[in-house]
Design a protein around this ligand. Structure first.
Ligand code: NDP
Length: 337
């Protein structure tokens, strides 16, 4: 059983030294438990937070503990009446080949499901995040302008496409021309800007001719600086993530932005709301799933996975996620189907 454990806490960007791969015996399930073999492991930005012991909404991974993560697994041994050998389940198995579960918090998938790994992306946590963050907090109306960064990623790509379904004008922001072209040509965004370009703020002003009504915040930093002056009265900001700051070791350069932010929130009556997806919206999973499955089946939503083969490539892939190296939802194929 290969396990990737947290060896040390990073200062700034994580490096390979912060992780250790160890071999342990395959665990044995007791009565009422199942042995799960990880087939797909989800890599997500929140894992950077778990590597840190700063106070957060969830406990950190302890040193020498297995890194946490959502997974799609096969039941390998079952001592649990609800599960049979060979069942597909969504679990929180972590960065390892095998894990044990008592059946709590497992989601059973159809045995003949065509794309089991989708349960980690479009039909799972990132999908629910995009759907609820945009629709419940963002409240987009037809004709409004929606801006989303990390626009080709797991969450952003879905936010933009749902906003298009709702009749909005959608502007993406992504890293590099290839991602931007994909956002327009395949995802159907009205425009997509490269955040590496020097004049992002100017370009954003040019494409958002009617201002911005909904800014779905995934990134923070200089992208938020460019967005803030363009927000319309009564704009909504679902505050989903701040990935540009996850590796930061100090406050951003430049003037204190607190006053300009609070001033804009006040005079423009802007609503900005953070959310933690499963805590706030876990109970609405079925409502989301019904809508998303229907859109997917009708070809109204495109989904791109960035599949990495082999648990040995997990650390490099995760470090890359925080540098924009993934193109689509990052998933590691740990074991054979
Ligand atoms: P993505 O699949 O979008 O991958 C991360 C992307 O973020 C990268 O590909 C890159 O895209 C972008 N990025 C990384 N570093 C930077 C940087 N320094 N500056 C600008 N962009 C950067 O990840 P997810 O869709 O899974 O997550 C998107 C956001 O949503 C994250 O902030 C995450 O923490 C948050 N989230 C929050 C949840 C909640 O419950 N609140 C739940 C799920 C996700 P590019 O190359 O285009 O810049």
């Amino acid at each position: 059983n290969r396990q990737i454990v947290l060896a040390s806490r990073p200062f700034g960007a994580p490096t390979a030294d912060n992780f250790n791969t160890i071999e342990t015996d395959t665990p044995q399930p007791k009565e009422g438990e199942v042995l799960l073999r990880t087939v797909y492991l989800s890599l997500d930005p929140y894992m950077r937070g778990r590597m840190s012991d700063a106070k957060s909404y969830a406990d950190p991974v302890e040193i020498n503990e297995v890194m946490v993560g959502g997974s799609v697994c096969r039941v390998e041994v079952s001592n649990h009446s609800k599960y049979q050998v060979g069942d597909w389940v969504v679990a929180f198995g972590g960065w390892q080949d095998y894990s044990i579960s008592d059946g709590e918090n497992l989601l059973k998938l159809d045995r003949n499901i065509p794309n089991p790994s989708y349960a980690l992306g479009i039909l799972g946590m990132p999908g629910l995040t995009a759907y609820m963050g945009l629709l419940d907090i963002g409240q987009p109306k037809a004709g409004e302008t929606v801006v989303v960064a990390a626009a080709t990623g797991a969450v952003g790509s879905l936010v933009g496409q749902i906003a298009k379904i709702k009749g909005c004008k959608v502007i993406g922001i992504a890293g590099g021309s290839e991602k931007c072209q994909y956002a327009v040509d395949t995802l159907g965004f009205d425009a997509c800007l490269d955040h590496y370009s020097d004049d992002l703020a100017k370009q954003l002003t040019q494409v958002c001719v009617d201002g911005i009504d909904v800014y779905f915040e995934n990134v923070g930093g200089k992208i938020f600086d460019a967005v803030l002056p363009l927000l319309n009265s009564s704009a909504r900001i679902p505050l989903c993530g701040l990935i540009s700051q996850y590796n930061a070791t100090e406050l951003p350069q430049g003037p204190d932005r607190m006053f300009s932010l609070m001033g804009a929130l006040l005079v423009k009556r802007i609503k900005m709301q953070g959310f933690i997806v499963f805590d706030d919206y876990g109970h609405r999973y079925n409502e989301f799933s019904e809508a998303m499955v229907a859109w997917l089946m009708a070809g109204k939503i495109h989904y791109k996975e960035h599949l990495v083969d082999g648990i040995e490539n997990t650390v490099t892939a995760f470090i890359g996620l925080l540098e924009g190296k993934n193109f689509g939802k990052l998933v590691v194929r740990v074991g054979p189907d």
